[in-house]
Design a protein around this ligand. Sequence first.
Ligand code: HEM
Length: 187
Amino acid sequence: MKGVILRGFRNFVEDRAGPSAWSEIVQRTSLDEDFFVVAHSYPDTVAFALVEQAAGVLELEPDQILRSFGRHWMHGTGPRSYPQVFELARRDPVGFLWRLDQLHDAATRNLDGARPPVVRVFEDDGGDLTVEYASTKRLPHLAWGLLEGLGEISAGRLTVEAPEPVPGRPQCWSFRLHVHSKEPSWI
Ligand code: HEM
């Protein structure tokens, strides 16, 4: 998993429960270092171990942690790391979603070992969206929090329903997104 995600996870834990909670999680995970280089890729096992230990320290279920972290990333680490991309996300969240696959590709193109999810978007007749998330990492609750965060940073222009597994595709989940305002804002 790319360092920008793991560094974001540290920011999330520290904002929620303070630096001592993060130290406790790192100690329990037996990591040699707790500083993540944004452009570096780390084994997924590190990310999964951090979430598991965070669940114990923060007394939350791993899925709750992933969902809260996703929302937090969209408000903090994400926009700090990719300011231009987030300008689009705030102004035109629907246009942003149509480009998300391309953005993931660009954000990970030169990184050995990074494998972003595949995100496909379908629009229905009424203008609402179905977003399909497919990943070998199987993190639908993280995707859920990220999508919720997108709704929040764009002033509620969209809201998201809980993920549903896609039948016959074990690494794929779909989300219904209600679009409340399709027009991009220009300010
Ligand atoms: C609502 C918006 C977004 C959603 C739903 C989303 C979804 C996800 C998920 C669920 C993951 C975890 C890996 C996986 O499940 O395979 C991930 C990883 C990642 N995302 Fe996003 N993402 C969003 C926005 C962004 C943005 C704006 C960027 C930056 C331009 C970005 C860059 C990355 C990177 C670099 C990774 C790490 C990939 C890796 O290390 O293999 N994402 N994304």
